[in-house]
Write a protein that binds this ligand. Structure first.
Ligand SMILES: Cc1ncc(COP(=O)(O)O)c(C=O)c1O
Length: 385
């Protein structure tokens, strides 16, 4: 198969060799149901327990605080709908740049009588302090602010926000799907600051799809989305996806080690990429803010993002226009619009997200090919003018 250079690690990541090796026995000889009382079942239960310990250690939580789910989307839904299910309708505050799997459950609550407030971000993509304070003053029951944005990579000061939310006594959740595995994330420290729930996902960190966790303070009462046999402390019934959970556990351990090794290699690659893009006229979104070390989000004035992504795909580079999850939707990114970017420029948005396999040579070759494609597209635009 033709293998383009992969620059889309925020969309998903390849399963790491160690992860695949660890999973394989659970598809064959260790196929048991973790609820069964016999040897097959006990082996599966042990594997799930070990994975839970690995996930907990990697995120600085206690194993009993880890609830396995099928994905980041489910974890976010579980916190928001689950907490709301145990309260009478009140207020919910989210940032204006949340992933759809936070926005949509929040909007679903608004349709059922909750008051939804979307907190503004500034031009760099950082939550506006005054608007946050106003949202908290309204005493919401639930707050959800993502740790790092999937499009821009912009990181919020979560501990500070959670501290400031304390007087509201809201349950405070954060979608850490993009942050975990790229920067240090420590549940215990965040929990002390006032964060009650964190979402993390396996396929963003070198693990398989179909496994994720909601790491949650046990004081938070949650109504399960899926009721049944009482798996996961009654919070998520259904026979455990043992191979995926095993892979997720190993991926967490490897991700924690990668983060502990430091991010300087990725930061250097990102700086090289950004200076090459700026030289070709790119506007880089969130440039002044603290961002994930692997993410570059940019637009070239007058160049459509989808078109550029298509051209680069044919030239052998897998990059994204806006968020991958919404690429079927031609609308300008809600994240960029919330940052005050003009819709025309926002429609040009292209995201490059680097990973452990990315190299200097890949970045330099990409910049050279991009230069060629831009010359061609700008030539066509000049002819049409
Ligand atoms: C910030 C963020 N949250 C949640 C998700 C959804 O996670 P999953 O694909 O595991 O459902 C994504 C996926 O792109 C994401 O980027």
């Amino acid at each position: 198969m033709f293998a383009p250079v992969y620059f889309d690690y925020n969309a998903t990541t390849p399963v790491l060799d160690e992860v695949r090796e660890a999973m394989l026995p659970y598809f064959s000889q260790r196929f048991g149901n973790a609820s069964s009382r016999h040897e097959y079942g006990r082996a599966a239960r042990l594997a799930v327990d070990t994975a839970r310990e690995r996930v907990a250690a990697a995120i600085g939580a206690h194993p009993t605080e880890v609830v396995f789910t099928s994905g980041g989307s489910e974890s976010n839904n579980l916190f928001i709908k689950g907490a709301a299910g145990c309260m009478s309708p009140g207020g919910i505050a989210i940032s204006a740049i949340e992933h759809p799997c936070v926005r949509e459950p929040a909007r679903a609550l608004a349709r059922r009588g909750w008051t939804l407030r979307e907190i503004a971000v500034d031009a760099a993509g950082t939550v506006v302090a005054d608007d946050f304070a106003a949202a908290i003053a309204a005493k919401p029951g639930i707050v959800s602010i993502m740790l790092a944005n999937n499009e821009t990579g912009v990181i919020q000061d979560l501990a500070e926000l959670a501290q400031r939310a304390k007087p509201s006594r809201a349950w405070f959740h954060s979608d850490a799907v993009q942050a975990f595995g790229k920067i240090p994330v420590e549940f215990r420290r965040l929990n002390a600051a006032g964060v009650h729930g964190l979402t993390i996902s396996s396929h963003k960190i070198g693990g398989p799809k179909g496994a994720a966790a909601l790491v949650v303070d046990k004081r938070v009462e949650l109504e399960p989305l899926i009721a049944g046999g009482g798996h996961e402390r009654g919070l998520r019934s259904g026979t455990e996806n043992v191979p995926a959970i095993v892979g997720f556990g190993v991926a967490c351990e490897l991700a924690a080690a990668r983060v502990a090794d430091g991010t300087s290699r990725l930061l250097e690659l990102r700086a090289r990429l950004e200076s090459g893009l700026a030289a070709q006229g790119a506007a880089i979104f969130g440039f002044g803010a603290e961002r994930l070390p692997n993410t570059v989000y940019f637009a070239m004035a007058g160049i459509d993002g989808e078109t550029l992504v298509g051209q680069m795909d044919r030239a052998g580079y897998a990059i994204a226009s806006g968020a991958a999850c919404s690429s079927a939707n031609p609308e300008a990114s809600h994240v960029l619009l919330a940052m005050g970017v003009a819709p025309d420029l926002a429609r040009g948005a292209v995201r490059i997200s680097l990973g452990p396999e990315s190299t200097v040579a890949m970045v330099d070759d990409f910049l050279a090919v991009l230069n060629e494609k831009l010359r061609h597209l700008r030539g066509l635009a000049a002819l049409a003018a």
